[in-house]
Design a protein. Sequence first.
Length: 429
Amino acid sequence: MSESFLHFLWRCKRFNSSSLQTTQGLPLDILNPGEWNRHSGPDFFNARIRMDGALWAGNVELHVQASEWDAHGHSSDPAYDNVLLHVVYEEDRPVISASGKRIPCLELKGKIPPGLIHRYKQLEQQRSGIPCSKFWRDVPEEIRRGWLTQILEERLEQKSGVVMRLLDDTRQHQDEAFYRLMARNFGLQVNTEPFDALARSVPVVVPARLRSSLLQLEALFFGQAGLLDRHFEEEYPRLLQREYALLRHKFALSPMKASQWKFMRMRPSGFPTRRIARFAALIQKNPFPLSSLMAAGSLAEMEELLSVELSEYWKTHYDFGKSTAASGKRHTGHAFIHTIILNTLVPFMYGLGKRKGDAGLIGKALDLLGDMPPEQNKITRFWQEMGENPANAAHTQALIHLRNHWCEARKCLECEIGGHCLAGAATVA
Ligand code: SF4
């Protein structure tokens, strides 16, 4: 028995509640278990119960053993003085409040359907896959869909939190905030922070002023990235060095440390050098792409707006001085463009919609996810093996979030799927 399971039992009233009595024999009726308090203080607020014929409204505290009340220091804490019911698995001893009153106690031992305990143990002890692996396929489609819709909303809320912070940092400058978020996502996890630092080091108006020359844009970004601060044999990087020296002086810039960039365990096509070159090409194509992306009428139009061709040097190099015939894609691939849309444009539209109270913009972000193809990665393949057949990116985004933030954290007792699995077991002997 764990306290989290006890919480679940109380919250969802999954125990035999007919003819309930406190341990002192007072008749008890649970009208409302109350609101779960995830912060300090009693576990549930505003519960409503009828005890010995009288109606009560107030707080409820839960413990596996009643003696944990003292062990957790509640006996001397005035925040627990007005607890009207102590719900325990076992009352190993009576509990007295700080003001000297015996706190009414409900003992759940013997009132939990054995099938429910058995199913809970199955969830808890499942080690391969996810805890509900054995039951997932039996959960009705409408329950899975409904839960995944909530999970998608949670994911978008979480991702748009970064957008809110960027808007605040830039004093609501949408283009600057979007430029920084896009730069972060060009880092693709491994180089997120250096890309973030790079974008912060040169406000979007600076590259916008240089958009007539891709050479100058590359000089600006590679120079600021600290990647030009070494000796080169080839003429092209030397040219970038000379350009950067002028730009550095003109805009009073100071470069980052090259050591911040990570190249290890990465395919050449993912090297930050190639990503910086692609970022420079995208800024040249459109330094303020937010408005045109939001106005685009289709996914294909967005793909066109985000697709760029690398400069001649980067068509045949993956790093300075390192050329290869097979140097990867010259044009931006669809998979990368979709990653940028998923991680930059969608959260940006969603966050902006939330901030402005613009339901149309929020709906547009959701529609865009519905139009995008499902993602293909380790997590989506796992769900496919579980029987899910994602139709679009809205579905895969929800599945990825569920796996990473719920299943991995084993939050099954708070999950609708877990609740359904246990509900099905409530009467199983
Ligand atoms: S969190 Fe939900 S979906 Fe994930 S394993 Fe637990 S019950 Fe299943």
